[in-house]
Ligand binder design. Structure first.
Ligand SMILES: *Cc1c(COP(=O)(O)O)cnc(C)c1O
Length: 383
């Protein structure tokens, strides 16, 4: 048997189903105006919701810190890679999220692996929303726990499953990454408390955007560390840099430092990234105008799209997907948009369920009202 043949067949299958993925090459910072394959375009698909990825003060902090710390951290946090910048950022993230401690991870994917595999093991019952991010689902698989997925946003469905088998953990996206809607966190917190289960909240898309001073979706719902004891946040989206953290009680963080393999066996993020993140954290807490402007743009987009009868999904966050359904059609619309100078990537299965391909439009505080109007005009023409 030729070992290459199944690979080629799988790629052919993907092409036939309009599921083949290709990278676009950018030659510009993350910002509304990007250069893609040498052509200027207007970008509506970044997760840099506050426009901090290319903020002059964040860049300056990064440059200054790399003069001090160099580029590489040299080793894992538990060897000699844990710099003062990392430690200070952890303390500031704990303050920001109202928790005892925070622990940096190199990526959100790794943070989710670390938490779930520290707290859940073979035979434990782990419940996840059907539309949770792949990293939560993969973490559950790796843990050997008995993983069950409940219907999206359906706490009744979860409750029924929990009655059959006592949960060890309930894990959820706070803002669903491909849909933009919010988990029913108060109900989930209540169910978790009833069963003395862990509630793990992945706030990759709420942090910086929702809640008091951008403290995230838990703050938006007024939930404290007792009701939602595990918070995972990423730094590469609203905060505009790179990496992730877990915030919670002392005991949780110490357990992760001792046991989370995706924390222990990997090189620490560069200290200059941590230092740049400290600056973006200060900016997002002290300058609320970005969140206000973002809300205005979201409202403009939703009103305009509703007037045009576009297939909006129920979201009030900067993630405003338009449901297309068919993968080939979603790809075609995305290509036509790019031809008219607008970049919106088509999101297809298996990232989203079968027959629910979509244009995942995202807005940023750095967009102008005029750019949003330009997007609406292009969509009107194409859809
Ligand atoms: C992006 C994302 C992650 C992964 O974070 P990275 O830092 O990019 O690895 C985890 N969870 C959700 C919901 C995400 O959207």
């Amino acid at each position: 048997m030729d070992k290459w043949q199944p690979l080629a067949a799988a790629l052919d299958d993907r092409r036939r189903q309009a599921l083949y993925r290709q990278r676009k090459i950018s030659d510009s910072p993350s910002s509304p105006k990007m250069m893609i394959s040498g052509k200027p375009c207007l970008c509506f698909c970044s997760n840099d919701y506050l426009g901090l990825a290319n903020h002059p003060a964040v860049i300056k902090a990064f440059k200054k810190a790399s003069d001090h710390y160099g580029v590489g951290s040299g080793a894992a946090h538990l060897i000699n890679g844990h710099a003062h910048a990392h430690h200070a950022l952890e303390e500031e993230l704990a303050d920001f999220t109202g928790r005892q401690r925070a622990l940096l991870f190199s990526t959100g994917y790794m943070a989710n692996l670390g938490v779930i595999n520290t707290l859940c093991g073979t035979g434990d019952h782990l419940y996840q929303d059907r539309l949770n991010h792949a990293s939560l689902l993969d973490a559950g698989k790796l843990s050997g726990a008995r993983q069950q997925r409940y219907s999206h946003l359906d706490s009744k469905n979860l409750l029924a499953k929990c009655t059959a088998n006592t949960p060890k953990m309930i894990a959820t996206d706070a803002v669903f990454s491909m849909d933009g809607d919010l988990a029913e966190l108060p109900q989930l917190a209540q169910i978790a408390q009833q069963h003395d289960a862990w509630l793990m909240v992945d706030d990759a898309h709420g942090l910086g955007v929702l809640g008091h001073n951008g403290a995230g979706t838990l703050s938006h719902f007024g939930l404290d560390a007792k009701q939602a004891p595990i918070l995972m946040g990423t730094l590469g989206k609203g905060l505009g840099t790179f990496g992730a953290f877990v915030a919670g009680d002392e005991l949780l963080i110490e357990a992760l430092i001792q046991q989370a393999r995706s924390y222990i066996y990997t090189t620490a993020m560069p200290a200059a990234i941590a230092e740049a993140t400290r600056t973006s954290l200060t900016l997002l807490q002290t300058e609320s105008w970005r969140r206000e402007k973002l809300q205005q743009l979201i409202s403009n987009f939703k009103t305009g799209a509703a007037q045009l009868g576009l297939p909006l999904m129920p979201s009030d966050t900067p993630i405003q997907p338009l449901l297309i359904g068919d993968s080939a059609q979603a790809t075609a619309v995305s290509q036509q948009l790019l031809a008219s100078g607008i970049l919106v990537t088509a999101i297809r299965p298996p990232t989203v369920p079968a027959n629910s391909a979509r244009l995942r439009i995202t807005l940023s505080a750095n967009h102008t009202e005029q750019q949003v109007a330009q997007l609406l005009t292009a969509l009107e023409r194409l859809l």
